[in-house]
Design a protein around this ligand. Structure first.
Ligand SMILES: [Zn+2]
Length: 478
């Protein structure tokens, strides 16, 4: 080891729904490369003395599969940077873990293999992932350590990344070459059922901190997996990194067994309804704001973010003083921005990005305010039609944080009902909601997994198959 230790970093992070018709292209990625990456929040703080060597980190809002060209371009740039780094001690691989590339089943496995081939066998490679990632033996074979978030909503994302870097650095300092065990769990559940804020999720993920303390164990991870990917690697699993083969295998089996045993207990943390029922329920509450999660079209899970299903249900119910956040529709946003505040237009709103799950909704609406693309990531328009205020955006985006509303002059407490394209609520939105429900809307990330036509996943798998026996068999990855 050279002092300070030389650790490179890079990765491609996104979540791809194979049921979405919307390709993720190169221009959909935010890219940090070279010095820009070095100066960014993507370099985790560490108590170790580290010389950071940036390659390229790219992140995209979840959507459909990444185009093969975009992936090859990003991967090629990471590998080209590595060629100029000289000798390194470690690599921090910054992933989400549910990327699907057109024509390829295991993008993270392919990326890890390319990085391993480029850096050589010696450097310690540690990967950090979302617990909603799909893990393959090929990915694990090409890394030395794995850490996954232990919270959903992900309030420990930065903490996890710092833990990964600490583990990499500790292994470099002490000359440890870890071993990894994976135990697949044949269970496919959406993140909305497996949140760590209630039910079995809360207990199962907190138990990992105890598992970490066992002799021979460095880090235990429990993956829900990403269920909206019809690919062979899709599954929940336990992944344990450590120094003792028997100990990591035993821990992986214990963690996997507990998740399997809890499979029937996972449930949504709020009442669930079909869209029309959700609207009726919300309008009947005596408090405000009531938040409806439009869960099938959640753009942070891979939904298009443009289906007008809840909007239509609100209009049909004659709702007054309600907010829909938001609908992504580039042509409509540009038309409204050009017309300006006060203009009333006939629009065909939404249903264009995801024509599989929705059609455009015809309505007459008045432009209230227009925000040009100044640091907001595209034009934003506040529209009003009857009693419904709509946040119309040029680009796909979530409205998951209070600041997303405040920046557009909206106080959600002013509204009786707020419909947000999200699954579970992030803590600040949960705190702001006086009541909340989850609308089981159709969309690319439909919560009814059983309504999906899976063709390529491994079977049997719960909940598609319910009558089968299973015992965990940890696989040592060497
Ligand atoms: Zn996630």
């Amino acid at each position: 080891m050279i002092s300070p230790m030389r650790i490179a970093t890079g990765g491609i992070a996104t979540e791809c729904c194979t049921f979405s018709p919307l390709p993720t292209r190169l221009e959909d990625f935010r890219i940090w490369e070279g010095d820009r990456l070095l100066d960014s929040y993507l370099i985790p703080r560490s108590d170790h003395e580290i010389e950071w060597l940036p390659t390229l980190t790219a992140k995209a809002i979840p959507g459909g599969p990444v185009t093969a060209d975009a992936y090859e371009e990003l991967k090629g740039r990471i590998i080209a940077h590595i060629a100029n780094l000289g000798e390194i001690d470690g690599f921090f691989l910054d992933l989400h873990g549910a990327m699907n590339v057109s024509g390829m089943d295991d993008a993270e496995g392919d990326l890890a293999e390319a990085i391993r081939n480029a850096v050589g066998p010696e450097p310690i490679i540690g990967a950090s992932m979302d617990l909603h990632g799909n893990v393959s033996p090929k990915l694990l074979k090409n890394i030395d350590l794995m850490s996954a978030y232990r919270t959903a909503p992900h309030i420990d994302a930065n903490q996890t990344r710092r833990r990964t870097v600490k583990l990499i650095a500790d292994c470099i300092v002490s000359g440890i070459r870890p071993v990894i065990a994976q135990a697949r769990i044949p269970v496919a559940l959406p993140g909305e059922r497996t949140s760590t804020e209630w039910g079995p999720g809360m207990k199962l993920w907190s138990q990992l901190f105890e598992e970490d303390k066992a002799d021979g164990i460095l880090e235990c991870s429990l993956f829900v997996g990403y269920a909206w990917a019809d690919e062979p690697r899709m599954t929940a699993c336990a992944v344990v990194s450590g120094t003792d083969e028997a100990a990591v295998a035993a821990a992986a089996n214990r963690v996997a067994r507990r998740y399997w045993d809890a499979r029937n207990e996972f449930d949504f943390g709020v009442p669930t309804y079909q869209a029309d029922e959700a609207v009726r329920w919300a309008l009947n509450q005596s408090v405000q704001p009531v938040i409806i999660s439009d869960s099938g079209d959640n753009p942070t899970a891979g939904g298009a973010g443009d289906t007008p299903i809840v909007l239509e249900a609100l209009l049909k119910a004659g709702a007054d003083n309600v907010l829909v956040a938001g609908i992504a529709d580039e042509p409509a946003a540009k038309e409204c921005a050009a017309a300006g505040p006060g203009a009333t237009l006939d629009l065909e709103l939404g249903g264009k990005l995801d024509p599989i799950h929705a059609t455009p909704l015809k309505l007459e609406a008045t432009v209230v305010r227009v925000y040009p693309d100044e640091g907001l990531g595209g034009i934003h328009v506040v529209l009003k039609t009857k009693g419904v205020t709509i946040m119309l955006t040029e680009k796909r985006r979530p409205f998951h944080h209070i600041k997303d509303f405040i920046r557009l002059g909206i106080d959600i407490e002013d509204y009786k009902v707020v419909s947000v394209k999200v699954g579970y609520l992030v803590p600040e939105l949960k705190d702001a909601a006086r009541e909340a429900c989850l609308a089981l809307t159709e969309g690319a990330v439909d919560q009814y997994l059983e309504r999906r036509d899976y063709k390529r996943i491994e079977r049997p798998m719960f909940p598609f198959d319910r009558e089968f026996d299973w015992s965990p068999i940890a696989q040592l990855i060497t």
